[in-house]
Write a protein that binds this ligand. Structure first.
Ligand code: HEC
Ligand code: HEC
Length: 249
């Protein structure tokens, strides 16, 4: 088996941040002065950098890059998803996945105002509409049924050179491990990522990590249908296990 699937790294990060919160909680019990009047209440934090750092950076990376979860500082992703999708995802999270719901209305800790500051800030800081001038990217959500067999062929043509013939990953340089990629067909990886997020990654790439967007580096960008088929092929690798939260969409 190859490297630890990336999604499990996200899980580790989550556990770590929970532990930190617990530590902060303890320090005030053990004789540290309690919050004085100069301490800002959590729901009064209204600046984007602080909100992002405190709530998102652990998984999506400092500055929206190089985190375990999809890069948000990616103009292609932002153009395709749009502010409304981002606002909604922060509000409700991704049920069954590792993206928490943040709005108080969904059991999280952020006010609607804070969620809006986050979604607006992400667009203002990190989008670059000029980069896609004259280009029509594939739609954010799938518009048709995928075909796993066709998807396997499209995968072989566009993805296998990096992710391995069957998506099992590549060991990278035998000495340094440079260029090593984990499996994207491992059932425990696929259990924790939605088809939508797989689609977002295939469309927008991971420019921070060296994965190209849907245009790849070739003259033949992937079509909407090819992307949908590739996701259907990846999804066909999920193994349903009773008692496990599984994405079916
Ligand atoms: C515990 C880790 C974690 C934290 C913290 C987190 N995310 Fe996520 N986020 C994820 C994962 C994992 C996904 C992919 C979920 C899926 O399977 O669809 C995701 C998905 C998303 C998406 C949708 C991506 C897509 O495919 O369209 C957006 C937007 C997003 N997160 C924004 C944020 C913002 C903004 C914050 C801070 C308020 C945040 N996330 C905090 C892990 C996290
Ligand atoms: C030029 C090499 C390259 C090509 C071509 C490529 N990828 Fe990637 N891909 C990467 C790299 C590098 C990463 C980041 C790896 C990481 O974060 O562990 C990545 C990440 C991913 C991820 C996210 C993995 C995770 O940890 O969440 C998925 C899913 C993925 N690629 C699927 C595809 C599919 C499907 C295709 C074909 C349409 C494709 N990739 C084409 C290099 C490539």
């Amino acid at each position: 088996m190859s490297a630890v699937p990336h999604r499990l790294k996200v899980f580790g990060t989550l556990m770590l941040s929970t532990a930190c919160l617990a530590t902060i909680g303890c320090s005030s019990i053990h004789g540290r002065p309690g919050p004085g009047p100069e301490v800002i209440r959590p729901d009064e934090v209204l600046d984007f950098p602080t909100l992002y750092k405190e709530n998102c950076a652990a998984c999506h990376g400092a500055n929206g890059k190089n985190g375990a979860a999809i890069a948000l500082a990616n103009p292609v992703y932002l153009a395709v998803a749009g502010e409304q999708t981002i606002h909604q995802t922060i509000t409700r999270g991704v049920p069954g996945g590792l993206m928490p719901a943040f709005a108080k209305s969904s059991g999280g800790s952020l006010t609607d105002k804070q969620v809006t500051i986050l979604s607006q800030g992400i667009m203002q800081q990190w989008s670059a509409p000029d980069q896609l001038a004259g280009v029509t990217p594939p739609p954010y959500a799938a518009t048709s049924q995928g075909d796993a067999n066709r998807g396997q062929q499209a995968y072989a043509a566009s993805c296998a050179r990096c992710h391995g013939a069957d998506g099992e990953g590549t060991p990278g340089d035998p000495k340094t491990g440079a260029g090593k990629l984990g499996s994207i067909v491992n059932p425990s990886y696929l259990a924790l990522i939605s088809n939508q997020d797989l689609r977002s990654i295939v469309i927008a790439g991971r420019p921070d990590e060296g994965m190209p967007d849907w245009r790849s580096d070739s003259a033949q960008p992937l079509t909407d249908q090819q992307i949908t088929d590739i996701i259907a092929w990846l999804a066909s690798k999920r193994i349903a296990e009773p008692g496990q939260p599984y994405h079916s969409h």
